[in-house]
Design a protein. Structure first.
Lengths: 302, 497
C-alpha cells in the first residue's frame, strides 16, 4: 500500500512540476533580452486551454495519430517513476532498471515520430527523419554515460548508480549529458523551440497537425522529458548518497534549477547550428561520455 | 558602352520624358536583337512591357547603362502573335516575357518556361500556377510550402525538389496578391493614385511614392521645389534605416540569436518613429505627392530628429556588433545561399542582393535624380554573394544612411515644399528610377493625347530578385531556406501588383 502511495506521490510531483521548467527557461531568455517575457506558469495555462479544446483529425490519419502521443506520454511518465529522486530513491528499483529507462525513452521517441508520419505531411516526415537521425548519436552518448556510471558504481540499478558522483569523470559526464539534454529536448543550438519556420524545425514540426488534448499531452511530455534529463544530469554529477537527505534534496533542487537556467542562457547567447554541424557536436558529446567511461574504468576511485 | 547606338535606342536621363514619337521603332525580332546586343554590352533590363494598340501590342524596352549614367528606350511595331524570346539569350528577361505573354498574349517563341506570373484561375481564388518543375528519382521528394505560412508574412508558394536535406531546385510561384494596380492607373492619375502608389509594396512607401511623383513631374515637364527633393531624400534614407535594421534583427531571429533579434525589433521601431516625426505616419504615408511634399520640417523638429537619430544609431551599432562578433552566427551566414556575381549580373539582380555579389548597382549613384544629384553617398558593396554578404551590405548601408542623414539634416535648402503641378503633356513617355531599400524601383508611364496615363508600368525590385533567391537555394540545405529568404527579404505584393 505504501508503495502505491509512494508511486502516486511521485507521479503527482513529476506531472505537476514538469511544466515549470520551460517557464523558467523563457524567463531567463526574456531577462537576457531585456523583455518582460511570458509568466513562469504560461505552460500550465496553455495546457489547460488545450485540454478544453476539441481535436481536429486528419481524414488520412489512423488512430495512431492520437495513440502515438498518448503512449509516448505514458512511456515518459514510466521513465520518470524509475528515476530516483535524490535521497528518496527510485519508485520501482530493480537490477537493470536503467535499461528499461533507456528503452522507455526510445519508445516515446518511436511513438512521437509514428504520430508525426500519420498525416503524410512533407514537413512532418522531414522532422521525423531529423529526429531519428540525431537520436542515433544522442542515444549512443546517453548509453555511454550510463555505462560510465555503471562501471563507477559497479551496479546496474539506478538507485546505486546515481547515489555517488561519477568520480573523476564527473565534469566530462556533465558536459556530455548537458549536450544530450539540449539535443533530446530540442533546445538551441540543436533546434529552436521558438521558431515558426517549419523547414528548420525538428520537434516542433512533428506536432504541426496535432491540436487540442493530444497537443497538450505532447507539450507536457516534452516538459517531462526536460525535467527527467535535468534530474538525471544533476544526480549523475552530484554525490547525493554522501549527503544528508535534507542537503541532498536541496542540492538536487538547486542543480535542476541551475541546469534550467543554463539552458536559458545557452539559448539567449548562442545562435543555433546548421543541421550539418549537429552530428559533430553530438559526436563530441559522445566522446566526452566515452572518456568519462574510460576514467571510471581505468582511473580508479576518485 | 560608349558605342551605344543612339538611333536604335533613344537615350534619356533618369526622371526625364520624351515624346512617344521620338522612341525608335522596329520589328519585334529586331527589338529583341538590339536589346540582346545592348544587354551583352553591359546594359541592364529595367522594364520590358506591352502597350496595347488597336493594331496589336507594342513592346517597350527600357534599359539602363549604369556606367554611362543613362537610360535607353525603344519600342516595337504593333505585334499580334509572337516574337523570338529574349530569354534564350538573357535569362534575366524570363519573368518580363512571361508577364508580357500573360497580359497581352504576345508569345515569346522558344521561352523555356512559359507559364503565368500572377493571373488568377477561372474560379478567381488562386493564381494559375501551371506545372511545376519536377525532379524524378527514388531519393527525391517534393516539399510544398505556402501560400499560407506560419509567420505573419505574405502569401507565396514555394516548391522544393529535395534529395534528403539538399535542395536540388526551388520554384517560386507568386501572384496571390494581384490586385490590378497597373490596370487601375490607365486613364489616371486619379485622385487616389498617389495613395495607391504608397501601398504598391507597403514597406517601400516612400520609394514607390517618390518614383511616381517624379514620374508625374517629369511628364508635366516640371520639377518640384528643391526643399521637397531634400525631404524626399531624407525620408527615403529613414525608410532604408528602419527596414535594414529590421532585416538584421530578423536574420538573427532566424538563426535563433536572441540578443540582436530583440534589440533590432525595438530599434526598427525607433527609426519608424522618426518617419512618423516627419509626416505623422510611421511608414511615410501621405508625405510624398506629385508636386512636392505635404509636410515640412521646421528647425525644432530637425534638431529633435537629429538627436533621436543619433541615439538610435548608437543602439544599432551595439546590436549589430553582437551579431558580427558571434561565431555561431557567422557559421550560419557564411557560405550559405551563395549567388555568384556572374549569376547576379545575368539575372539582373538589383539592390542589396546585387551589391552583396560585388556589383556596383545603386540608382542613387549611377542614375542620380532629385536631391541625389547634389548629395551623394558611397555605394555599399561586399563580395561573396552569401547570406553574410547580404547582411553585411545592409549594415554598411545603415551606417551610410545614418551619416548621410547626419550631414543632410542641417543642409536643407530654403523655400516651399510644394508647388502646383501643371497638367501632364500629351503623348509623352517618362521613366523614373528610385533606389528603395530593396533595390531599384522603376516606374514607366506613357500618356495619351489628353495627357492621361495610357500605360503605367511598375517594376518592383522583387521582380528582378525572386529568381536570385531560387538560385541561391541550389545545393543548399532546405533548413537554410528561411535564412536565405530573409537575407533577400523580397516583397510579395510588390511583385504581384
Amino acid at each position: 500500500m505504501s508503495t502505491l502511495l509512494d508511486i502516486l506521490l511521485r507521479l503527482t510531483l513529476w506531472i505537476l512540476l514538469a511544466p515549470l521548467l520551460p517557464g523558467i527557461i523563457n524567463q531567463v531568455k526574456a531577462w537576457v533580452a531585456g523583455r518582460r517575457g511570458p509568466p513562469v506558469l504560461q505552460l500550465y495555462y496553455d495546457l489547460s486551454r488545450l485540454w478544453r479544446k476539441s481535436v481536429v483529425m486528419s481524414t488520412l490519419a489512423s488512430p495512431g495519430f492520437v495513440a502515438g502521443p498518448a503512449v509516448a506520454w505514458v512511456a515518459l511518465v514510466g521513465a520518470a517513476i524509475l528515476l530516483p529522486i535524490g535521497p528518496f530513491g527510485g519508485g520501482l528499483s530493480f537490477k537493470g532498471d536503467v535499461i528499461l529507462l533507456v528503452y522507455l525513452l526510445a519508445v516515446a521517441r518511436f511513438c512521437t515520430t509514428w504520430a508525426a508520419m500519420e498525416t503524410g505531411s512533407a514537413f512532418e516526415g522531414m522532422g521525423a527523419a531529423r529526429e531519428v537521425s540525431y537520436a542515433v548519436l544522442t542515444e549512443a552518448a546517453l548509453i555511454t554515460a550510463i555505462l560510465a556510471l555503471s562501471v563507477e558504481s559497479g551496479s546496474v540499478a539506478l538507485d546505486r548508480m546515481l547515489a555517488l558522483s561519477a568520480g573523476t569523470g564527473a565534469v566530462l559526464l556533465a558536459a556530455g549529458l548537458f549536450a544530450v539534454l539540449l539535443a533530446e529536448n530540442c533546445r538551441v543550438p540543436f533546434d529552436d523551440p521558438n521558431t515558426h519556420l517549419e523547414l528548420t524545425m525538428i520537434h516542433e514540426v512533428m506536432v504541426l497537425d496535432h491540436s487540442g488534448p493530444p497537443l497538450a499531452v505532447i507539450l507536457h511530455g516534452a516538459a517531462l522529458k526536460l525535467l527527467l534529463f535535468a534530474v538525471l544530469l544533476s544526480e549523475a554529477v552530484l554525490p547525493m548518497g554522501r549527503m544528508s537527505p535534507l542537503a541532498a534534496t536541496a542540492a538536487l533542487v538547486g542543480a535542476v534549477g541551475a541546469v534550467t537556467i543554463g539552458v536559458g542562457l545557452v539559448e539567449s547567447l548562442l545562435a543555433r547550428f546548421a543541421f550539418r554541424r549537429v552530428p559533430l557536436l553530438l559526436t563530441i558529446a559522445f566522446l566526452l561520455c566515452l572518456f568519462a567511461l574510460l576514467l571510471a574504468w581505468k582511473g580508479g576511485p576518485a | 558602352m560608349s558605342t551605344l547606338n543612339a538611333t536604335e535606342f533613344a537615350l534619356l536621363d533618369n526622371v526625364a520624358g520624351l515624346d512617344w514619337a521620338e522612341v525608335p521603332e522596329c520589328t519585334g525580332p529586331e527589338l529583341v536583337r538590339r536589346t540582346a546586343a545592348e544587354l551583352a554590352r553591359g546594359g541592364r533590363l529595367c522594364a520590358w512591357f506591352g502597350v496595347p494598340e488597336p493594331a496589336g501590342t507594342r513592346i517597350v524596352a527600357v534599359l539602363a547603362f549604369d556606367a554611362d549614367n543613362t537610360l535607353a528606350v525603344a519600342r516595337s511595331v504593333p505585334l499580334n502573335v509572337g516574337y523570338p524570346a529574349l530569354t534564350l539569350e538573357h535569362a534575366g528577361a524570363h519573368l518580363f516575357e512571361r508577364e508580357l505573354w500573360e497580359q497581352h498574349a504576345i508569345r515569346p517563341e522558344g521561352h523555356p518556361w512559359l507559364k503565368p506570373v500572377r493571373r488568377t484561375d477561372e474560379a478567381g481564388t488562386a493564381p494559375s500556377m501551371g506545372e511545376f518543375f519536377r525532379v524524378e528519382g527514388r531519393e527525391v521528394h517534393e516539399v510544398a510550402v505556402g501560400p499560407v505560412h506560419a509567420g505573419i508574412i505574405e502569401p507565396g508558394h514555394f516548391r522544393f525538389q529535395c534529395a534528403g536535406e539538399e535542395v536540388l531546385h526551388l520554384e517560386i510561384a507568386l501572384g496571390y496578391q494581384h490586385r490590378g494596380i497597373e490596370e487601375a492607373l490607365t486613364g489616371g492619375p486619379h485622385p487616389l493614385t498617389a495613395s495607391q502608389m504608397e501601398v504598391v509594396a507597403g514597406d517601400v512607401s516612400i520609394a514607390h511614392a517618390t518614383a511616381h511623383a517624379m514620374l508625374v513631374e517629369a511628364l508635366a515637364g516640371s520639377e518640384p521645389p528643391l526643399r521637397a527633393q531634400w525631404l524626399r531624400a531624407v525620408a527615403l534614407e529613414l525608410e532604408r534605416l528602419a527596414n535594414h535594421t529590421g532585416d538584421l534583427g530578423a536574420l538573427a531571429n532566424d538563426v535563433a540569436f536572441l540578443p540582436t533579434s530583440a534589440a533590432c525589433g525595438k530599434i526598427r521601431g525607433d527609426f519608424l518613429n522618426l518617419t512618423a516625426l516627419v509626416c505623422g505616419n510611421r511608414f511615410g504615408r501621405g508625405l510624398v505627392r506629385p508636386g512636392g511634399c505635404r509636410h515640412d520640417l521646421e528647425p525644432a523638429r530637425i534638431a529633435q530628429l537629429g538627436d533621436r537619430l543619433k541615439s538610435a544609431m548608437a543602439e544599432a551599432e551595439r546590436a549589430s556588433a553582437w551579431l558580427w562578433d558571434a561565431a555561431t552566427v557567422r557559421a550560419r551566414f557564411e557560405d550559405v545561399g551563395t549567388v555568384h556575381a556572374a549569376q547576379a549580373a545575368e539575372l539582373g539582380l538589383v539592390g542589396p542582393a546585387a551589391r552583396a555579389c560585388g556589383l556596383v548597382r545603386d540608382v542613387r549613384y549611377t542614375h542620380p535624380a532629385g536631391w541625389h544629384r547634389l548629395a551623394q553617398m558611397p555605394v555599399a558593396v561586399w563580395p561573396g554573394g552569401d547570406v553574410f554578404a547580404r547582411a553585411r551590405v545592409r549594415w554598411l548601408e545603415v551606417q551610410r544612411s545614418g551619416e548621410f542623414l547626419g550631414e543632410q539634416l542641417s543642409a536643407g535648402p530654403e523655400g516651399p515644399v510644394r508647388e502646383k503641378l501643371p497638367g501632364l503633356l500629351p503623348d509623352r513617355l517618362a521613366v523614373a528610377l528610385v533606389e528603395g531599400w530593396r533595390g531599384e524601383v522603376c516606374h514607366v508611364a506613357l500618356t495619351d493625347s489628353a495627357g492621361r496615363f495610357r500605360r503605367y508600368k511598375i517594376v518592383d525590385p522583387s521582380f528582378h530578385n525572386w529568381t536570385g533567391l531560387a538560385l541561391a537555394l541550389r545545393g543548399q540545405a532546405i533548413s537554410d531556406f528561411p535564412v536565405c529568404n530573409k537575407s533577400f527579404n523580397l516583397s510579395y505584393c510588390g511583385f504581384d501588383l
